[in-house]
Design a protein around this ligand. Structure first.
Ligand SMILES: NC(=O)C1=CN([C@@H]2O[C@H](COP(=O)(O)OP(=O)(O)OC[C@H]3O[C@@H](n4cnc5c(N)ncnc54)[C@H](OP(=O)(O)O)[C@@H]3O)[C@@H](O)[C@H]2O)C=CC1
Ligand SMILES: O=C1CO[C@H](CO)[C@@H](O)[C@@H]1O
Length: 390
């Protein structure tokens, strides 16, 4: 079967970035996606709350001097006033600042690319949703892992009935970074232990939101209810580094989620196992090129990323290199930024895209992540009680 192509870009779109300056973590990953997609020019930035770091970082990134900003509000105003102003902004700052930054750029008519979790509370998300409804802007949320072709392949196989009806699903996102106390000079760790800056949960929000998005994406189901227990399994700290969750999907299937940042030997272990009436699918982000498919009572298959040989069209259109010529998380970021560019260009030019072409996480997905954090924290505080997530 031929893979449906993404529409060609008519030009590169103009992007600005807030956060991601010297010492920051995720800004570089956004920049990688921007470059690999070849659909964006990064032309402006407010890269730090500290003016000196903002300027130094803007020069590192070779931004024009007049487009290096020391205040994101000024950036929103100035860029909106330029004929060649940015068309979208990527928000790569700590969680607590996402809402005010997004609002400033939405007020300026600029499309939003926001890191997760998109805000601190469900009420924040409602305010953002109201502003999106009023402005009609794109609001993309950066869950890159569903942009691995083999994660997309799993989703498409479930939709095509390859494993029958989903009867149970397990997801884990396991890391090791909280095993020892954090480096006191680490910028990314400085705010991740502070509930005023990260929110009501630590690891559960930081990586559990990706796990939630992935398992719902692959199964085409929603988690209707959950129960959660938070633990500290690594170096002593006030917030949880580990969570065990039981899940109840909206079709009645049970599931589980394990999230930890204190499991030595695990680096970025986002993994799922999904089983249905006719077979199972298993995938591991640390070995993203293969998908294990176990049709019941038939030989198991290892499907390898590449062209043909069992790849379904929506997954195959994200394939960049031939089979065996490794693609990894940076390519997934490139695929994500490709879909964001297509959505932004379509909105700006008034095009309607074919139904189902994009699988871009939007504001409802981001808001779901925030509700998930609160439901998990509520459940933990209630001794692991079942808590609604719908
Ligand atoms: N999608 C994904 O896969 C990932 C998502 N994330 C998410 O990305 C966000 C950022 O995380 P991370 O990169 O680890 O955090 P860092 O602390 O490493 O980086 C945050 C950056 O934001 C800057 N910043 C803070 N406030 C402002 C402001 N008012 N104006 C301009 N810049 C500002 C900081 O600069 P300074 O301190 O100098 O002010 C720093 O450069 C979080 O929400 C996190 O959950 C993180 C990793 C991966
Ligand atoms: O979203 C995320 C994924 O990866 C990071 C580190 O590996 C996390 O801490 C982060 O917030």
């Amino acid at each position: 079967m031929e893979a449906a192509e993404y529409p060609k870009a008519s030009r590169r779109l103009r992007l600005g970035i807030v956060g991601g300056g010297r010492g920051a973590l995720v800004g570089q990953w956004h920049w990688t996606g921007v470059r690999l997609s070849n659909r964006w020019d990064l032309v402006a930035g407010a890269l730090s709350a500290n003016p000196e770091t903002a300027v130094a970082s803007g020069r590192d990134w070779l931004l024009a001097e007049d487009r290096i900003y020391t205040d994101y509000r000024e950036m929103a105003r100035a860029e909106a006033a330029r004929p060649d102003g940015i068309e979208a902004v990527a928000i790569c700052t700590p969680n607590w600042s996402h809402r005010p930054i997004a609002e400033a750029f939405m007020d300026a008519g600029i499309d939003i690319i926001c890191d997760k979790p998109i805000a601190m509370t469900p009420e924040d998300c409602e305010a953002l949703a109201a502003k999106q409804a009023e402005t009609g802007l794109v609001f993309a949320v950066t869950h890159p892992y569903t942009y691995h072709p083999m994660a997309r392949q799993a989703r498409e196989m479930v939709a095509a009935g390859a494993i029958g009806e989903v009867r149970q699903a397990l997801v884990e996102y396991v890391q090791e970074g909280a095993t020892e106390p954090p480096d006191p000079n680490s910028k990314p760790m400085a705010w991740r232990r502070d509930p005023d800056k990260i929110g009501r949960a630590s690891a559960t929000g930081d990586i559990g939101t990706h796990a939630l998005h992935m398992i719902e994406f692959v199964t085409h189901l929603e988690v209707a209810r959950l129960r959660a227990d938070f633990h500290v399994c690594g170096a002593p700290q006030d917030m949880e580094d580990t969570a065990f969750l039981s899940l109840a999907f909206d079709n009645g299937a049970p599931g589980s989620m394990w999230v930890t940042q204190a499991a030595p030997g695990n680096y970025c272990g986002l993994r799922f196992r999904v089983f249905g009436t006719k077979g199972g699918l298993e995938w591991d982000q640390e070995s993203p090129e293969t998908l294990r498919y176990t049709p019941y009572r038939e030989p198991e298959q290892i499907i390898v990323r590449g062209h043909g040989a069992g790849m379904l069209p929506a997954a195959e259109r994200m394939v960049l290199l031939p089979r065996g010529h490794g693609e990894t998380l940076s390519d997934a970021w490139g695929n994500l930024y490709t879909e964001i560019a297509i959505a932004v260009e379509a909105r700006r030019s008034g095009q309607t895209l074919p139904e189902g072409l994009l699988a871009l996480p939007g504001l409802p997905d981001g808001a779901r992540g925030v509700r998930f954090i609160h439901a998990a924290a509520d459940s933990h505080e209630a001794g692991g009680a079942w808590t609604d997530l719908t």
